[in-house]
Write a new protein. Structure first.
Length: 51
């Protein structure tokens, strides 16, 4: 079984580099997706992944 890395906020699979959010210094953040995390902060603070 292959482990997938998921966004810690919404649960989206982080399969490609382009899927990763960006930190304030423009480096990629490997915990959150580009739709949840940009410029070092969360886009929509009301969306959370619940297991």
């Amino acid at each position: 079984m292959q482990c997938k890395v998921l966004c810690q906020s919404c649960g989206m699979p982080l399969e490609m580099t382009e899927d990763l959010g960006k930190n304030m210094d423009s480096s990629r953040n490997d915990e959150y997706c580009v739709y949840c995390y940009q410029n070092g902060g969360f886009i929509c603070t009301h969306l959370l992944f619940i297991q």
